[in-house]
Ligand binder design. Sequence first.
Ligand SMILES: Cc1ncc(COP(=O)(O)O)c(C=O)c1O
Length: 350
Amino acid sequence: MPRIPLARPFWDEECEMAAVAALSSGRWVKGPQAKKFGEEFANWCGAVAAVPCQSGSAALWAAMRLLGIGPGDEVIVPGMTFIATATAVSLVGATPVFADIEEDYWCICPDDVEAKITARTKAVIGVHIFGQPFSQRLKQICKSHNIALVEDAAQAHGATLDGVMAGAIGDIACFSFFPSKNMAVGGEGGMITTTLPELAERMNRLVDHGRDDTLESVELGTNLRMSEVAAAIGRVQLKHLKDWTTKRRSNSESIIHETKTREGGAHSWHQLCILTENPDELISNLDAQEVDARVHYPIPCNRHQVYSQHFQHEISLPNCDKLAHRLVAIPVHPSLSESEIERINSALHP
Ligand SMILES: Cc1ncc(COP(=O)(O)O)c(C=O)c1O
């Protein structure tokens, strides 16, 4: 009985041909593939512009730079997310301020965000956690306080909120193409998108040493460019994304669980997480049926050692502390067969 992994990266002949063509073109960087991938991705999610880059983490760092965030500034982030959401803020010398998450949807809690806004708050990074779009209220709060809204859409390719795709909801959005994500590029990769026309040109500059057309560096940037091979693979994968999202949604419905999607939202089911009082038992039942499962995320971000000097290190964010080690991710990826779904269900209900 072959094991069912949490992710099964997609690879077919078209991906292979696209990769080989990009290699044999001799143009390995700064060529037409990355340019077209950016245009197609912006078009797909309804953003004004998009630029491919080296990872979701790089995209988050770039978002902070695009917003001019630095020392003395605060950025509100959820206490339960992948650590890169918070460290992107620290890496530009600003302070991440951790807000609690919603008890039911597990995204950043708008009430706690509002309570934590100060005169130093420059942005909020809302994470569409596991593919669940963050609350509509987050957008209203940012607007009324004149604070930028960054989407961490690393897990949300294809998620929507009131009909608007992740990538076009906030001011800037950051995607990851890590191999386990809803689409990938055959290695590391990411995408920055924006809904603000004034950021479009700077976005392209920032991933290329902050250089303008004359090759003068006009602002601080570095090399965050995506390779042509990765972009060529990404363009093929993007064509499948709509079908894969539909399949993830139907898989999540076929797997018996109690997870909800926010009203007005459409989930992209990067992860299907089950809330349990006994994660070890659940993981071991799944393991006995050769099904991979993992706790997401075992530690709230503020409690990581990297934040041992942070003013919120010891503070309890009640829902983060309650939920962090009780959410078990199980396979929901689009390549699951009927019999694999049956096996997952029988392991969930032994
Ligand atoms: C919510 C979230 N943010 C950011 C990232 C960082 O993306 P990458 O691994 O491509 O740097 C990830 C990837 O795991 C993520 O899940």
